[in-house]
Design a protein around this ligand. Structure first.
Ligand code: MCU
Length: 399
């Protein structure tokens, strides 16, 4: 064990110190990004200071910047890993003890172990508040009780839940950001225990959730880089929809959820967001950046044609997301599937084959995705991405 850790550390130590510092400097994100006046979706290929993104290293820095911008305007702060996490496994239940400063929390997580994973374990999907997609044989399930981590009863729920017990009631994180941090602790526990005890290979983790929990699943995939496949289902506004496009649809008379409405309904976003919901064109980000943060990892976005979710908004926003994947040379790693004519959170069986192509590739290590882009919504992409600088044609491959 010690031997293999030592071998893994060698290439890192071999990096010239000057390079390391140069990279850290280049990636230095600011704590304060100025508001803008941008009608279309902000350009992912340009840093906030106007510099073009041209290399894979630039992209890593731009991702760090986009994350900081999203935290500043709508997500609230995404805290670093805690001082300590200790895990034990008993049957199908993992117990975690998490310490942040002088605060400690103990909780248990229910796991359905994958079958047939062998010594290195098998894949598993983390369900944010449950799973409403079909999970193929051989893939385990992990139940993340998100409401206990950060409550979502109404806007006054902000500050309630074990995330806030650890970080303080006035921490700026919205519930969806808190959920991403809490899921990170589950992954810490799985890593610590290893596949012999959990049956799970932490390099093959997916996350899903529907509706409000779909917003959460998207945020988990965007902020927690150990997730290999993100499957937000019918997340609508606050998830796969872009704030600007939803506002534009609302102004055309659609019954669609907007930023202005959402902060009055629940605590999904940071209180920091309240100052911007009436002027979404001033925010130097939008939700295509969520796809940008997941890239190049696997992403399969499922939507519905229910007006409230914003089918035009989710289609255009996620098309912009796929343009980002394309610019990174990994377009098939992201799929978008809007199939209507069914109840909210009822998975349409005709989509199973497409979904499975992403699960097979990213969790089971088999075959290629079907490079899905399905929607009947008519969108005018030029309005939303027309001012973007040319895509840099970087070539990234998913880990
Ligand atoms: C689509 O997710 C939400 C939606 O944002 C809310 O406005 C509505 O109240 O609830 C949806 C939901 O979570 O349904 C289960």
């Amino acid at each position: 064990m010690i031997g293999s850790l030592f071998i893994m550390a060698v290439p890192v130590l071999a990096l010239p110190a000057a390079n390391i510092f140069e990279r850290q400097d280049a990636c230095k994100a600011s704590d304060n990004y100025a508001a803008v006046d941008v009608k279309g979706l902000p350009d992912p290929w340009k840093f906030a200071d106007g510099k073009a993104v041209t290399t894979a290293e630039d992209w890593t820095c731009r991702q760090a910047e986009m994350s900081k911008i999203m935290q500043q305007y709508e997500l609230g702060d995404y805290p670093p890993a805690p001082e300590s996490v200790s895990a034990t496994m008993s049957g199908n239940s993992m117990s975690l003890t998490i310490k942040v400063g002088s605060n400690t929390k103990t909780l248990s997580v229910a796991i359905t172990k994958p079958s047939g994973g062998g010594a290195s374990g098998g894949p598993a999907i983390i369900g944010v508040g449950g799973i409403s997609i079909p999970v193929p044989a051989g893939v385990g399930r992990i139940n993340f009780g998100n409401d206990a981590c950060a409550a979502q009863m109404n806007p006054r729920s902000h500050g309630t839940g074990w995330f806030f017990d650890l970080h303080g009631k006035s921490h700026s994180a919205g519930a969806t950001t808190a959920w991403a941090w809490c899921v990170g602790r589950i992954i810490d526990g799985l890593e610590q225990l290893g596949p012999e005890k959990t049956g799970i290979d932490t390099k093959r983790l997916g996350v899903t959730g529907c509706s409000r929990n779909g917003k959460g699943a998207f945020m988990v995939g965007a902020l927690e880089k150990r997730i290999a496949l993100t499957i937000p289902q019918e997340s609508g506004s606050g998830g796969a929809a872009c704030w600007r496009i939803s506002d534009s649809e609302k102004s055309k008379g659609k019954n669609i959820q907007t930023a202005g409405q959402i902060v009055g309904e629940n605590a999904w976003f940071s209180p920091k967001f309240n100052s911007y919901t009436s002027k979404t064109t001033s925010i130097p980000e939008d939700h295509h950046f969520l796809a940008a943060l997941v890239a190049p990892r696997g992403l399969f976005v499922i939507e519905n044609d229910i007006d409230w979710l914003g089918p035009v908004s989710t289609t255009a926003c996620m098309k912009a997301g796929r343009m980002i994947y394309e610019g990174l040379g990994v377009r098939p790693n992201m799929g978008f599937s809007l199939v209507g004519g069914h109840q909210h959170c009822q998975f349409p069986s005709a989509t199973t084959e497409n979904l499975n192509s992403y699960i097979n590739k990213f969790l089971l290590g088999q075959g290629q995705t079907k490079d899905v882009e399905t929607s009947k919504a008519t969108v005018s992409m030029n309005d939303w991405v027309g001012s973007w600088s040319a895509s840099p044609k970087i070539s990234l491959t998913a880990a």
